[in-house]
Design a protein around this ligand. Sequence first.
Ligand code: NAP
Length: 491
Amino acid sequence: MQNDMKTPLLAGAASDASEPLPRCPGGPVISIIGSGDFSRSLAIRLVACGFRVVVGSRNPNRIDRGLFPDGVDIRSQKEAVDSAERVVFAAVYPEHYYTLVGLRRQLAGKVLVDVSSATRLNSGEQSNAEKLAELFPESRVVKGFNVISAWALQAGVHDGSRQVLICSDCSTSKDTVLQLARSMGFSPMDVGGLCQSRDIEEAPLILFPSWGGPILTTFILFLFFYGYNSLKHILLPYLDKGQNNFHQLPLVTMNETLPAVALVTLALVYLPGLVAAVFQLCRGTKYKRFPRWLDHWLCRRKQLGLLSFLCVVLHAVYSMCLTLRRAAGYTLLNAAYHQVKADVENSSVGQQVWRSDLYLSCGILGFGVLTLLAITSLPSVGNAFNWREFTFVQSGLGYTALTLSIMHTLFFGWDFAFFPVAYPYYLPPMYLLALILPCIVLVGRLFLALPCLTLRLAKIRRGWESARHWPRNNQEPRSNEADPPQNVGDV
Ligand code: NAP
């Protein structure tokens, strides 16, 4: 398993430990300083991958040997470091690094792996790994493994995170740790020199880095639509006529709010692509950076799409539960009573039957297409597509989902918006508000499909530039390969 390593982990260093290590068959000896949770999980994983492990503790006799797998030797810190053939893990907290300075001589020339994480973000201080390197100038300090939790280490290769970020100023030592991580079933990633260690240490503290903006946007939309709906149908009728509709808040109002949020969020997925296309058309080049806000927005389309999908799923579940409500039962009974009292045998209205069938059908189809989009946004699925297939799915099917969702809403609203009763307290129906942005996006997309605009845009994306961007001296267009295209994705 280790044959392909450039630098052998077995360096053949003689151990001067007081008692010789039991030479059990297996791989090289790796030492771990510290006997806590991380040390234990690391030992379990290393042993499972064929390495021999020596754990160094301040007080080896105090440790319950049953906590470590068979074959792990528990020694004093000095003995453990001496036993290591090349690699020593420092699995103690950074505030205790200074207690290890007595091991400087034993650690000289060895690869010292710092597995600690930062305690706070953007502290601006020196990283733990840089501090360790200062304390042990003769050791080769490598940063890594801190992004893997003790649990994930124990869980094995098929469960838990697999990516390990690694950096060091010593390339041979870094190669050794990269290969060690690979042998343990991880996917190591070389992120450069030790100056990158601060970022690696902060990585476990970052909470969903690319989701903040999309979640906030969706939440604000939700608050707006929920507030608007509650005001129009619950609060104002209560204040005006004393009608008590507050029981609608948990289910009916939620169910009316979710599709509105889903529709606007879906429009926000496709709007930045259109804005980017307009920028490129106006500038007559693709070799100019988009404004930062647009770059940022373009990079968050996937998250917005998934949040839109979440709202659609919730809307589908809420809709199916509507008939389970006791209030729905009473409404049906009351309607039946009034029908019987009015001596009406058949209250079916053909137009309404069409309306409900059409809006339900568009809704189900839209839901199906959105599900497909959500599945293809998974890296494992999306990576199986070539660029053309991916663009077709994300752009072609995306606009199909948007169109079906708009149709679902229009059929739901039917001609309701043309009657004054739809505007109590001068407030328009919510579905009309929810339709504004998606309709703008759809019309914008159709506008960009005009041949004169599509052809010009296609030319710009192949590298053509309008004459005003040519260099003044020779009036020659810039080479197409001069700059990579901006990440517009699909429009
Ligand atoms: P832990 O369970 O508290 O173990 C730390 C070990 O450090 C102790 O078992 C102890 O070993 C030693 N120690 C304690 N006090 C000491 C002192 N005053 N001086 C010298 N050594 C002392 O902590 P841990 O969870 O294993 O974390 C260890 C390192 O791994 C930390 O830097 C942490 O950031 C990193 N890490 C942990 C995880 C995780 O999931 N736990 C994940 C990623 C990274 P002895 O008594 O045997 O000497």
